[in-house]
Design a protein around this ligand. Structure first.
Ligand code: B12
Length: 439
């Protein structure tokens, strides 16, 4: 069968991210003629989509819906609004093709998306490596394939959960189906060393999307993939697309050691848990090519850290911060991100956080090797934060987390009811900063 795999268009120009989900699917579609298309790298995204469909004449089209919105309070943007336009365009250009959707953002809102887009024939929930080829073999009897949304007598049906994909035995993703050089920037190309997340952070969707238990790939296989990318394809930067890279620590350590032993020169970034961080580990990761360490302590008081279920206390957060401050690792950058108004935050911890931000971002002698960034948490479905927001009375239980229009997105961020003034202070600081910049 001719299968076209399309990354959903974001709706504006951004630094593109190589569609890793589609690269994995492409490597699991043996026996099919596969073509991939990422409108986000095209000069004219809609034109490229139309031409891609017309020229390839696909019998099946798979859309990967990776993102719904930015989840950034300072830059709210609704990517999801392009989906209906994409579906319409595909239906006009290839009316008889079979239209299938999947992707992390799809899985978060699968039922709503299937109901809002009746032109989509099938939805694949969570991992797609096995489900997609099985579905393509059973298009007229989808109920036989687990993990599928399909339509039956005008109604939406779900074929039932399927076991998580055996990721530790997966073949490598086919990244070379894409134009690698178009993604040549520090975060552009992702590598997955594992799926799953053993943490339980209150705001986070990762355990829902990838499961609580870890599916680890063998460190040597991970490094084989990196070696191929760096030494054969000439990729300079990559990023671990793991939920966190350093848990379990032994796995991350072995990957780093293998990278060092093989002399692989690529530079990489990753998200790190504050658990299990010490000087030796950071130094090892840096020697292995890590130049950007991203930490998400999120809360800046014991009460917040507890409510956010971070499994570390403030002392541990500060210990890592102090450790990093004293390290002198060439070219390495460390980012600590926090929520401005996390549950459990009070004015004292808010002021302490502002102090930390000012000190780190403006006063440190070697500026910018360490940064503190702040955000407001977007309330995602299937999370504890969603329940906390309803319990705290700042969100109604009826509120749709996949809103009908972009203006409603602003209401879907977590606002600690006790911290309204703090938000106003922070917004005023940002405005002041903007004014000062223009002077
Ligand atoms: C790593 C990561 C990043 C890295 C990416 C590095 C890289 N080069 O790959 C960075 C930090 C750059 C990043 C950026 C962003 N990210 Co991000 N990211 C992730 C993370 C942790 C993993 C994504 C990944 O690569 N997974 C591995 C691949 C193999 O899995 P997959 O894409 O899900 O694909 C599988 C299935 O979904 C399915 N599938 C996928 N497509 C299709 C299509 C069909 C037809 C079928 C059948 C199946 C199918 O099969 C695939 C194989 O099993 C996810 C959370 C998560 N755990 O999934 C968030 C996540 C995808 N990101 C998210 C967001 C919001 C963003 C940003 C918008 C944040 C921002 N404002 O900067 C940007 C957007 C960037 C962009 N241009 O697209 C959200 C999206 C949900 C939402 N609310 O919109 C997620 C889900 C996190 C969350 N908040 O819940 N991200």
């Amino acid at each position: 069968m001719r299968v076209l795999l399309v990354q959903s268009y974001l709706g504006r120009k951004e630094r593109p991210i190589l569609p890793l989900g589609l690269a994995y699917l492409a490597s699991h579609l043996e026996g099919h003629e596969v073509s991939v298309l990422d409108p986000n790298i095209a000069e004219n995204p809609w034109d490229s989509l139309k031409k891609g469909v017309v020229n390839f004449k696909p019998q099946a089209i798979g859309i990967s819906l990776r993102n719904i919105d930015t989840t950034q309070y300072k830059d709210i943007f609704y990517y999801y609004k392009t989906l209906s336009v994409t579906v319409e365009l595909i239906r006009e250009t290839a009316p008889h093709s079979c239209l299938i959707i999947g992707g992390s953002a799809f899985s978060l809102y699968s039922e709503e998306i299937m109901r809002q887009n009746p032109e989509i024939d099938f939805g694949i929930y969570l991992d797609g490596e096995k489900a997609l080829p099985e579905l393509l073999d059973n298009l007229s009897s989808p109920s036989r394939v687990k993990g599928i949304y399909y339509r039956e007598n005008g109604k939406l049906a779900f074929s039932g959960l399927r076991p998580l994909y055996d990721f530790d035995r997966s073949v490598a993703p086919k990244r070379d189906s894409f134009e690698l050089d178009k993604y040549d920037h520090p975060e552009g190309i992702g590598i997955q060393s594992k799926r799953g997340c053993s943490l339980n952070c209150a705001y986070c969707t990762y355990p829902f999307l990838t499961g609580h238990s870890l599916r680890l790939r063998h460190p040597r296989t991970v490094v084989d993939e990196i070696e191929q990318l760096v030494n054969k394809s000439g990729v300079r930067f990559f990023m671990f697309a793991d939920t966190v890279f350093n848990l379990p620590k032994w796995h991350a350590q072995q990957i780093c050691e293998e990278l060092i032993q093989r002399g692989i020169k690529g530079q990489w970034a990753a998200y790190f848990s504050l658990k299990e961080i010490d000087k030796d580990f950071i130094t090892l990761a840096h020697r292995a090519g890590c130049y950007r360490f991203l930490f998400s302590p999120d809360g800046y008081s014991n009460q917040s850290l507890r409510l956010l279920r971070k499994e570390v206390d403030k002392n541990e957060v500060e210990k890592v911060y102090r450790l990093v401050k004293t390290l002198k690792l060439e070219g390495a950058a460390f980012d600590f991100s926090y929520f401005l108004n996390a549950p459990g935050q009070d004015y004292l911890s808010f002021l302490a956080l502002m102090g930390l931000l000012f000190k780190t971002n403006y006063l440190l002698p070697r500026r910018r090797f360490m940064t503190v960034s702040v955000n407001v948490a977007r309330i995602e479905p299937h999370t504890e934060l969603h329940k906390l927001a309803i319990k705290g009375g700042t969100l109604s239980g009826e509120t749709q987390l996949l809103p009908s229009n972009e203006n409603l997105l602003r209401l879907l961020y977590y606002h600690n009811p006790k911290m309204r003034l703090a938000e106003t202070i922070y917004k005023s600081m940002l405005t002041l900063k903007k004014i000062l910049k223009t002077l």
